[in-house]
Design a protein around this ligand. Structure first.
Ligand SMILES: [Zn+2]
Length: 293
């Protein structure tokens, strides 16, 4: 079977989760080629295996090299490994102990490494069956995801109008990515879990210090984000994950490429960072865990 057919076959086991982005009616996988709604709106599986469920095309500011850089940094430098393990443990503790199988959606999944790694960790450490769905508005990100990781449902879609029925997911992941709390509330099961990861004060501080001349921009505050989280969900747990990594030259380059804040920085400053053979970099993140109110 080719990748298109395999992806359609995999999605057919979960076809009840889909909602037509045009008319909101239910959808089904048709002839292992496309997803079709009861009013005949049709969306094709691509030859790489993702499905584009945007009702209108959107131009993304992120290009393919950003997603490739991110995947390299994650897979080769283990950049987010402690975070991934912490999230898997949180999911087990708060959502998976009594469940045999779990459905996860990563909102703003980009090139898909976080979703893949978290699903793998839950499956291998805790022997749970996991269905993983990734959604991102960027076609470039989803294209990379579908090329790298099979046995996931990869969708290009709008977070403000997610192409999924109500109360379909046990866990929503939202990692360093914008939130849409109305949609999170709608698609999360009544006893489901929202896991949001936000930067903490020292996140990438070595890079920020080089890029920004103003001290107030060199650290980061997530106070507003946490307030908004609390307004929409009931926080049941939270955890701060801090560590430093020693990056080699290639990983430094990947980090700069995947970090939008470095794009606006003075070229000279970025170059001095890129010229280092190795550099220490701090990852400082907070995991917020919420349930529906
Ligand atoms: Zn429709």
């Amino acid at each position: 079977m080719n990748k298109r057919t395999l992806a359609a076959e995999y999605a057919s086991h979960s076809e009840a989760i889909f909602k037509c982005p045009v008319c909101n009616s239910s959808m089904r996988v048709f002839e292992l080629k496309n997803l079709i709604c009861s009013n005949n709106h049709t969306f094709d599986f691509s030859k790489q295996g993702y499905i584009n469920l945007m009702s209108h095309p959107v131009k993304s500011m992120y290009n393919r090299s950003l997603f490739q850089a991110r995947r390299k940094l994650i897979t080769e430098a283990g950049f987010f490994e402690p975070l991934i393990q912490a999230i898997a443990e949180m999911i087990y503790k708060h959502a998976a102990i009594e469940r045999e199988s779990l459905s996860l959606i990563d909102t703003g999944c980009g090139e898909g490494s976080h979703l893949f790694n978290i699903c793998e960790s839950i499956r291998s450490k805790y022997q749970k069956t996991v269905t993983g769905v990734g959604i991102d508005i960027s076609k470039e990100g989803i294209l990379e995801a579908s090329k790298s990781y099979a046995n996931k449902i990869w969708t290009v879609g709008d977070l403000a109008n997610t192409p999924f029925m109500n109360e379909q997911f046990d866990v929503i992941l939202n990692i360093l990515s914008p939130s849409n709390y109305n949609e999170f509330n709608r698609v999360l099961k009544a006893d489901g879990l929202l896991i949001k990861v936000v930067p903490q004060t020292s996140y990438l501080k070595e890079l920020r210090e080089i890029i920004f001349n103003q001290p107030e921009k060199q650290s980061y505050s997530n106070t507003d984000t946490v307030v908004r989280f609390n307004e929409n969900f009931q926080m049941v747990d939270n955890s701060r994950i801090s560590y430093t990594l020693l990056l080699d030259k290639l990983s430094i380059q990947s980090l700069v490429e995947m970090t939008p804040l470095s794009w606006e920085a003075p070229k000279e400053q970025v170059k001095s960072f890129l010229d280092e053979d190795t550099t220490q970099i701090t990852v400082d993140l907070e995991i917020l865990i919420g349930k529906k109110r």
